[in-house]
Write a protein of this length. Structure first.
Length: 109
């Protein structure tokens, strides 16, 4: 079966979309895990009545609880914003890839 040059280019473009989607999904997973860890840490610090320690490099230092809570809330907000952005990219690229896939399949058949 002969495939014209335009269709071959579209297949390559589709492969590029698929690679981009794979990369986005890996980023999404990493951010989701980091967000989950931050939320858990924030919950534990909120419950804690004792001193709070923060890991800095290879050592732990005693830190003010309110400062750590503020930092974790900011980090959580930032991670949620990044996740929304990544999910939007995933949706947009997924739609483009699906349209291109449909177009390629019509030409191949």
């Amino acid at each position: 079966m002969q495939i014209d040059k335009e269709t071959q280019e579209k297949i390559q473009e589709l492969q590029s979309y698929e690679q981009t989607l794979q990369s986005i999904m890996m980023q999404k997973q990493a951010f989701s895990m980091e967000l989950s860890e931050s939320i858990n840490a924030l919950e534990e610090i909120t419950k804690s009545k004792d001193d709070v320690y923060k890991l800095v490099g290879n050592i732990m230092i005693k830190t003010d609880k309110t400062i750590v809570e503020k930092e974790l809330k900011q980090k959580t907000d930032l991670l949620q914003l990044r996740l929304k952005s990544i999910e939007k990219q995933e949706t947009d690229i997924g739609k483009e890839a699906e349209e291109l896939r449909t177009e390629v399949m019509k030409k191949i058949k």
